[in-house]
Each structure stands twice: as C-alpha cells, then as structure tokens.
Design a protein around this ligand. Sequence first.
Ligand code: B12
Ligand code: SF4
Length: 488
Amino acid sequence: MRIGLVHTPMSIVEVPERRSFWRNFDRQYHAAHPGLRPMRRALWELPHWMHWLGGVLVAAGYEDLVVLDLYSDADVVSGLSALDVKLVADLVARTPCDVYLFSPMTANLHFAYEIARVVKLEVPGAVTVFGGVIATPLNEEVARHPSVDYVITDRGEIALPRLLRALETGKGLDKVWNLTRADAHGVHVAHRQYPAVVAADLAPPKIDLFPAASGADLRYLRQVYALGCPYRCSFCTIQTIGARPSYFPIERVIEEIRSYRARYGEHHGIYFGDETFTLNSDRTLALCRALEEDGSVHYDCQTRVNCLRDGEVLSAMQASGCRWVEVGLETGSQASQDLHKNRVQLTRVEESLRRLRDAGLATCSFVVNGFPEQTIDDMYRTIEWVCDLLARDLLQATYLFGLVPYPGSAMHDQPERFGMEILHHDHARYHEDLPPVFRSAHATPDQVYAVFLEGVEAFGAAMSKTPYFGTAPSEAADLGSFWRGAHV
Ligand code: B12
Ligand code: SF4
C-alpha cells in the first residue's frame, strides 16, 4: 500500500505593516542565533505529524510513504483561497497513492478539501483520510465533505494503522475506533477511543521523509521532550495531545536530534516543541544536563511566564545551549489573564523576564490582540506595555496575532461565556492576520483590526533596536526571503 502524506499550503494575507515587522523580528532572531542560515524556500520546519505518524506506519509494516509538499511551493497559492489546481493535479498525478493523509489547520482546511477533490479526480479509487487539530473538533462536518473518506479524531497512532489494515483486508472497519465516516445513511462516529500512547512507547519517527536537500529550507528542527499541556487557555486547541505531559526518554531525544541533524544539516538548531518546557524543574534539569554533556546542540523553547521562577533551571538552560525562549504574555490586562490564561500574575512578569535576560537567554513573547472583554483602550495599553518591555530589553522580540476562536477552543464552543458573537464559519478567514470573526460588546471587528495594524507597526519599530544579545546582521546581509512574505 502506497501512502501519500500531504503538506497542505497556507493562504497568503498581505499586510504591508508586516514587512518591517518581520524584517526587524528576523534581525533580532539572527542576532541571537549566530551562524543561522537563511531559508532557501520557506518550509520553516518539517511537518512534525508526518515524521511522527510515518514512524508509526513503518513500525506497522507500511513502508511505502511519500510526501506531497504543497506548502513550500510558493506558486501553489495566491491570496486567501486561490489554489493553482493544475500544479496540484500535476503533483498528484506524478504521485499516485492508495491512501492520502491530510492534517490541515483551520485556516487551510479549504485547501485540503480542494486537494482531496483533485486526488479523487486524478487517482480514482484512492482513499483520503483527514486527522489533526481541525478534523478532530469538526469530525462530522469534515467527514461529510464529498472528497473525504475517513476522519481520525484525536491521537492517530493506534487508529491509523488499524484503519489501513481494515481497508487492506476489507474487514473490521466497524471495529476501528476514533473513526468518523459518512455514507448514504448518514455520519457514523465510533463510540470508543483508543488510549493515548505514552511517549516512551512510541515508534521512532520516520526521519528521512523529505530529501536531505530540504534542510536548506528549514529554520530549525523540531524536537519534543514532553507531549501534553496541563493548562487550559480559552483560545488554545491542543486537545489532540493530552493534558498530562508524557516524556520521551532523554537518550531518545538526543538520538533523534542526532538523526535529524545528520540528514538535514548539522548546523541546525533545535526548537523544543514542548508546550511548557520548564513545567517540571527536575525533568528540565535532567534534559539540560544531557544536552550540556553532548555540547553540540543549541536550541529554542517555549514556556509559560509562571513557570520561570527556578533560577537553577534558567542557568542550566543557558549552559546547555538555549538561545531563545518564547513565552505567552498574550495581554497586559490582569482581568483578561484571569479569564483566558490561568495562573499568570502580571505583577511578576517583569521579574521573570529580567531573570531570563540576566541568565543570558533572549526572550520573545506571544501577544494576542482583541480579547472580547477588552475595550479599544485596553488593547492599546497592551501594545504600549509590550513596546516598553522591548525598549527596556526585557524582551528581544515579540509576535503579535489577532484573536481567533478556533473550533475546538473553549471560546469557539461557548462564545457567549466570553461575550463573543461569532459572525461566520468561513474558516478560510479564521486567520490571525485578518479582522476578527466575532463581535464583542466593546469593539467592532474593524476597530479591533485597526489596533492590530498599529500594533504590528509599533512592534516592528520597537524591534529595530540594537539587539541586547549578539550583533545584528548588517543592512546588506542576506537574511533570505523569509521576511518578505506572509507568515501566518
Ligand atoms: C508545529 C506547529 C506549527 C509549525 C508547523 C505546522 C505544520 N504545518 O506542520 C509552524 C511553526 C509552521 C506552525 C505555524 C502555525 N501554527 Co502551529 N502548531 C504547531 C504545534 C506547536 C505542534 C504540532 C505538532 O507537531 N504536534 C505534535 C503532533 C504529534 O500532534 P498533532 O499534530 O496533534 O498530531 C497527532 C493527532 O492530532 C493526530 N493527527 C494529526 N494529523 C493527522 C493526520 C492524519 C491523517 C491522522 C490519521 C492523524 C493525525 O495524530 C498525531 C499523533 O497522535 C501545534 C500545537 C500542538 N502542540 O499541537 C500548533 C498549532 C497546530 N498551530 C496553530 C496555529 C494557529 C498556527 C499558526 C496559524 C500560528 C500563527 N499565528 O502563525 C501558524 C500557521 C502558519 C503557517 N504558515 O503554517 C494552532 C492550530 C489552531 C487550529 N485549530 O487551526 C495549534 C493547534 C496551536 C494552538 N495552540 O492552538 N505551527
Ligand atoms: S496556550 Fe500554551 S499553556 Fe495554554 S493551554 Fe495552550 S499549550 Fe497550554
């Protein structure tokens, strides 16, 4: 059985204010990452789910795997929803498979449908299977799409090989769990769930899915130490990965890093994909010790600002090669923190950021514009606050995104609880660089978007500062084409 893994492209939203934002963001990033090479094409990172489930498939005896990369081909998409169907059809026709796997996000679900439609035309008889962060909460809707045969909800490690076996043998489809499918009689949802496979029991990833030359298209290599997050932020949709972090053995983490670098480039840094890298000090310290001993790894990670109080952990991170820490600040309003992001005390943020900086760690924040309980003035206050943190070198860089109530998030499922009126379900416009898809009592989508654009401009200007860590690349330096395009 030949299995195609489809890397669905993202739409392109041109926001002129983003140009200098990303340019200055990138200068800060390069300064903190000496030796970083610009990406040849913006693949950004390897699609993790493919390597992860690819490993599971190989372990189950399905070795004939092929990637259809429509993501890094700059010509496939123009604008929000125009897909070059001919290019897609050519690729699909050149890559006939028995089964095609899709893992779209919300904002590119429409592209995945369109590609599945082309698959059905070009390779009659091929089966399409959807899974992941949007197919899970919208399982019934996705299964009803005429070009989708099966939806696997939640974790896919057990369900996917069982589905493939049932398709191969023509038997036992009704015994596959985590499965949704539609036929002339309606939608059928399996009523049972497989347990999540603990990290230590997972098959090793299939490293070599992409050609080695794709290493030139990557910003970094993603590695997971712990999968899962115990917090419940109202806007987050990580329900597919579980609430209780499950840790990979440290030897396996180091081994995977070596294997990925051996294929895609020894120069690559690592991005630790753990939602909260510093959640458990003992665990983090154990990994840092192993990384320091190895001595060849430099890495980025992300965490929550309330999980940064242990000075020993911060020193160990610095000593083990950590160069860049991303923290979710989201908003400068304590009332919003309490509503959407439990356990973050704004009065302690500066202290945590100072501790990071003084430990020698560059810090970048995630900021979200447009929480529904906020007035326009509240939103401006967040922007001023973050600009001030940047100016005082407590932050080296920041992201800014518009709030999107993604299906699967608490906000989407109970908008009234948050004072939101969701205006439409055109998911192509569920995009963090576009006007909000909801209205609140305090602001219209246009008003919120105007603040967002000003925020992008203000943050871009604030990031033009001289870097606190490292040296900014010269104006003439080739940073690649990353900052010229859209990145959401
Ligand atoms: C890696 C990652 C990225 C990477 C790569 C994404 C990619 N296309 O490969 C990058 C950095 C590019 C990225 C960007 C963005 N991302 Co992102 N990203 C993630 C992240 C952190 C990890 C995904 C992952 O690898 N998880 C580990 C794997 C094992 O879990 P998994 O993907 O859920 O897969 C399991 C199951 O879901 C299932 N499964 C998944 N796919 C499939 C497919 C089939 C066929 C089957 C059977 C099963 C199956 O089986 C897997 C194993 O159990 C997630 C958060 C998270 N922790 O999941 C956000 C997440 C997916 N991203 C998100 C968002 C919003 C974005 C951005 C729009 C953010 C932004 N403002 O820039 C951009 C999109 C930009 C772009 N141009 O692509 C949201 C998605 C929201 C949504 N519901 O649509 C998430 C969930 C984060 C969040 N907190 O809400 N992202
Ligand atoms: S936003 Fe981060 S901390 Fe909050 S639930 Fe999602 S992964 Fe966890």
